[in-house]
Structure formats: C-alpha cells, structure tokens
Design a protein around this ligand. Structure first.
Ligand code: LAC
Length: 318
C-alpha cells in the first residue's frame, strides 16, 4: 500500500472507457494507490467497471475501488488522471481530436480541482500535449503539477523494437522518443544505449547491429504503432494503461523517476510556449525538472519542428 506523507494515496481516473478502465486495472495490479476512484458521465458504465475491478481485489495488493457519475468521487485525490474524451478513429490523427477534447477540459478541469485542489494532474487524453497545456492554463496550477503521459508509451514501443532487434532485455535498452506524442515525435538515437554501450556501437555476436535503415524502420513503426492497433481493435489500451500507471506510481511514491512525460518546457525559449515530452524527473511534486539531454543537430531540428506542430494547434484553440 502506497503511503503518502501520512495518509493513504488516492488516484482518481476520469473516464471509464477502455483506457480509463485499463489504467485502473494496471494501478491495482501494481499497488500504486490505496484508493482507485473512477469517474465517468455514464453511471451504468462506471458501475459495471467498478464491480468488475472490485471482484479482483482479492488478487492484488490491498486497495479499494470506488466509482460514480458524480465528480465528488474524486475528492481529495493525490493524482487525477484524465482519460476522458473523443478517441481516434481509423485515419484520424491525434491532433484532429484537439478542439473536441479541449472543450471537454474546459468543463472538467475546474470541477476536478474544486474537489481535489492538491492533486497532480496527469493528462492521458489525446492530443496529450495540447491538452496538457490546456489543463495547465485552465487550472492556473504551477507548471510542475500538470503533466501528460506523453512519449512514455512511445519510448516503451521503441525499446521493445530495439530490444528484439539487438537481442537484449527491453529493460536494458535506454532510449527515448521525444517531442509530440503523435506524428512528429522521433527517437533520440544519438544518446540511446544498451547497458552502457552506445546503441550505434552495440552488437552481439551472431546478431545484426542496428544500422541507419533499421533506425528509420523502427522510428516509423513507433510513430504508426497506434494507427495499426486502432485498425485492428479500435483503440489502444493495455500499454497506455501500464505507461500511465508507471507515471502515477512515480508521483505517488515520490520516486524521482526519469520518464519522458509531457510538461511545459521552460529553458527552451527557441521552442516557444509549448508542452512536449523530454526526459524529466517525476516525483510527488509532479515534474520536478526537465533534463538537459544532449542532442545531435538533426535531433534539435526535429524537436523544434515537433514543437511548431503542437504549438500551431494549441495556439488556434487556447
Ligand atoms: C497510443 C495512444 C494512447 O499511442 O495515443 O496508443
């Protein structure tokens, strides 16, 4: 059970769709919080998900699950994770959802903060970078307290593909996808490593090294991963649920964990006012610091293009 400065931690998950429910499930299995609260406008949906989750409580670290169509179920939450909103249909980009989901944030964020004024807000809904900036502006909270799951998931997709290619465990691949959680994201190949060996120098006997063409293919597979999953099963839920639970755990357990979450970038004046993912230290305060990652010239250029793509959409709506 997660202890948090003298009391038991509570995570409130907004939206009981497939991402919200899977996030709740992942939080329970990982023992992230003592109370998992689900809030959804559909009373029947939220009741069904809560019952289904409760029926598994015997098999997870001690926790309770509550849920309601009344926002007061989120009262006193330490972390609020927002998964509600329109989702991508085949052929849509994440940025296509911006207008609808920014409107939803306008209604949601003030009501959530009324009942949970001390919460750290974790945006999961897409386009997550635009919505993180929206939540930050609508809440007027200090920037550290508003973050998004960003490219935590994309980095995990990258590590999986690299691990399979070079033949080591995914946990031993250190590599980040940064920028927008969306079409303009890109891997930081120049700083990627396996163990402490730079990835571009890494090879195991009898295995192919990772060459420039592999880099291109893997980057493309990462960027198009969600699209492929959406075509096959309508939505993504498991990996985003696990990635979101990882972020929430880093906050609740005050872990100082380095994760590529979305946050307001300061110290990057050239990028303008924008929320994007870069490796950052995540703890009880939210995003404690964004790391000053070394980048090649090409990577810097890609980052500023990614920032411009997100900024263009954000500026048209906020
Ligand atoms: C994905 C969704 C969460 O990338 O954007 O799976």
């Amino acid at each position: 059970v997660a202890e948090l400065s003298g009391h038991l931690a509570k995570v409130a998950i907004v939206g009981a769709g497939s991402v919200g429910a899977t996030l709740a499930y992942a939080c329970l299995i990982r023992g992230v919080a003592h109370t998992v609260a689900l809030y959804d406008i559909s009373a029947s949906k939220v009741e069904a998900e809560v019952l289904d989750l409760r029926h598994g409580l015997q098999f997870v670290p001690r926790a309770d699950v509550v849920g309601s169509d009344d926002v007061s179920v989120c009262a006193g939450a330490d972390v609020i994770a927002v998964t509600a909103g329109a989702k991508q249909r085949p052929g849509q980009t994440r940025l296509d959802l911006a207008a609808t989901n920014v409107d939803l944030c306008r209604q949601l964020i003030p009501r959530l903060l009324e009942v949970a004024p001390d919460a750290v807000i974790v945006m999961v809904t897409n386009p997550v970078d635009v919505l993180t900036l929206a939540a930050l502006q609508l809440s007027a909270l200090p920037p550290q307290r508003v973050l998004g799951t960003g490219t935590v998931l994309d980095s995990s997709r990258l590590r999986d593909l690299v691990a399979r290619h070079v033949g080591v465990a995914v946990q031993n691949v250190h590599a980040f996808v940064v920028g927008e959680h969306g079409d303009s994201e890109f891997p930081l190949w120049s700083s990627a490593s396996v163990g402490s060996v730079p990835l571009r120098q890494f090879s195991l006997a009898g295995r192919p090294a990772l060459g420039p063409e592999d880099e291109q293919r893997i980057a493309h597979e990462v960027v198009t991963a969600a699209e492929r999953i959406i075509r096959g099963k309508g939505a993504t839920n498991y990996a985003i649920g696990l990635a979101g639970a990882r972020v929430i755990e880093a906050i609740i357990k005050d872990e100082n964990r380095v994760l590529p979450v979305t946050s307001l970038l300061s110290g990057h004046d050239d990028l303008g006012q924008v929320c994007l993912s870069l490796p950052a230290v995540v703890n009880r305060s939210g995003v404690q610091a964004v790391l000053d990652v070394s980048m090649s010239e090409e990577e810097r250029d890609l980052l500023s293009r990614s920032a411009a793509a997100v900024r263009a959409v954000a500026e048209s709506l906020l």
